[in-house]
Ligand binder design. Sequence first.
Ligand code: PMP
Length: 410
Amino acid sequence: VFADVPEAPADPILGLNSAFLADEAPNKISLGVGAFRTDEGKPYVLPVVKRVEQQLAADPATNHEYLPIDGLPAFQKLSAELILGKDSKAMKDGRVVTIQALSGTGALRVGITFLGRFLRTSGSPPAVYIPTPTWSNHRNIVPDAGLGAARTYRYLDAVSGGVDLPSMLADLSDAPAGSVIVLHGCAHNPTGADPSPAQWADILAVVQSRRLIPFFDNAYQGFASGDLDADAASVRLFADAGIDMVLSQSFAKNMGLYGQRIGALSVVLAEGTPDVATAAKAVRSQLKAVVRPMYSSPPAHGARIAVGVLGDEANYAEWKKELAGMAGRIGDMRTALKAALDSNGTPGDWSRIVNQIGMFSYTGLSAQQVAHLRNKHHIYMTSNGRISMAGLTTSTVQRVADAMKDAVET
Ligand code: PMP
């Protein structure tokens, strides 16, 4: 019966990694998957994470029982505080419902499913808007959650490499009231271009006047500026406006817990929601009703690690330093790549590499140039010309710059 199953297209990011692994060239370089690497090109386990894991392993009370459907309660609170701030008014008001989720992807998927069921302003599920370009999986999650194809709003100014705010605001203004707007909280993937604080205020004004529902995807808190609070400024600006909103969080990048699948989903109820305690209880019950038939309950280990880091003052302070160290290494690679491209005379203006922030640089290289880099130089990046900056090291940056020069001049 399965003989006619057609092969699905490879995921643009994970498929690229399979091709990289199959390449036998000894000098191959992966700039594809957004995972932090040390300057030796190795995966990085944060020292504070390692220490918490050792404590967990030594603790005789640690077991492998199921977590509740909505995850570890301490984790829920600490995650919400991390993104909304310890003095969050919404949290104090009891307007924030947080559940543990299967990393950022799982939080998005549960959140969109919930919105499809309960955000029915005109009797049908809301339209969901995602930026162009965006993380490719956004496009899969929306229809898989049963909300039909995602709509798009313009985001990138291809000439400057920055945010095209007028086009973005025009598209948001055209969205029907009650539409869901997916926003990257910081370190926009793939462009590395974020709105300025003044631009965020303009976006908030349109969201409020059009009565849109923001869904902030936070996969890189701490990676944009190296500072956790600064990177949450967009979310806190919107939360302070007292509107309904949804937040996904991932601890994949900022704690290096990629494979632990640890994240959170929060639904923030608007200020003035009648009988907020009852509403919050009902929302939690419905989030659990989405989770239970899908995967029953989330994994425990990553949640315990995150609690050990977030819930202990000394560990939290150490984490902040380690996070700033990761962001700093990425910043160094931006400077080094730009300098190498300038000094080898690669045609073009490469200032966007140092102007962009977060894990990625959206180089502007064409799909053809990307293919040339892969076929001739064994350097792998996504076909949209996105480089994962942490894939570069002090010892490979010159070779990458020289290969980019060759690709641009070919
Ligand atoms: N959103 C964005 C924008 C991302 O870049 C990522 C990770 N690549 C995610 C969400 C979710 O990743 P994860 O499920 O690994 O947390």
